[in-house]
Design a protein around this ligand. Structure first.
Ligand SMILES: *[C@@H]1O[C@H](CO)[C@@H](O)[C@H](O)[C@H]1NC(C)=O
Length: 183
């Protein structure tokens, strides 16, 4: 009874503090090239230090307008973290790039980089379009999950983020995270 009460109290504190009941750690970050040309470069992003913070830079070689560029997100889960990955149902099919940034970058990435110092990538809002050409740095970022869903699978989750233009893959990256219950 006592432990149950402490557990519930701890959950409540996390909830009030805006913390999730899980902890996400970066495991791996890997870039890939496009089929015939690569317009988005993530090969200079690395995980650094014991905490595997995301650090480095990425580049968009041209402005990416909403009509010509799309992004897809494939998600795979390995609940036992044993490398046996199954496709998840929450995939994002090829979606126009500005819509994709407004929906997913804003929810999943922006809270982690919004202190004004960790990246020079512009803050994405309702009117952010096209996604601007440029080289952008990211300094030692850990995921802030405040706006992530409450329900996420535990174990390894792999996201494959692919950029397209004219139906052709023009590069992307794969991020591997480990999700565990908050102790
Ligand atoms: C982080 O990235 C910056 C910019 O690319 C680089 O100068 C720095 O050496 C990186 N830090 C580590 C620990 O790798």
């Amino acid at each position: 009874m006592k432990w149950a009460a402490i557990y519930i109290f701890a959950q409540l504190v996390h909830h009030i503090a805006g913390e999730q009941e899980y902890v996400v750690s970066n495991e791996q970050l890997e870039s890939f090239e496009g089929d015939s040309e690569t317009l988005v470069l993530f090969d200079n992003l690395k995980t650094v230090g014991r905490e595997r913070m995301i650090n480095g830079s990425f580049s968009f070689l041209g402005d990416m307008d909403n009509d010509d560029f799309k992004v897809s997100v494939e998600l795979y889960s390995s609940p036992k973290s044993d490398g046996d990955f199954k496709r998840m149902v929450f995939d994002v099919p090829q979606t126009n790039i500005c819509e994709c940034f407004k929906k997913f970058y804003v929810q999943f990435v922006q809270p982690s980089v919004s202190d004004g110092d960790t990246t020079n990538f512009p803050i994405v809002g309702e009117d952010t379009c096209p996604i601007p050409k440029g080289e952008y740095y990211i300094k030692n970022v850990l995921f802030n999950t405040q706006d992530w869903p409450e329900q996420v699978p535990r174990g390894m989750v792999k996201a494959i983020i692919t950029f397209f233009t004219g139906g052709k893959n023009v590069g992307g990256f794969i991020v591997l995270v480990n999700i565990a219950d908050r102790q």
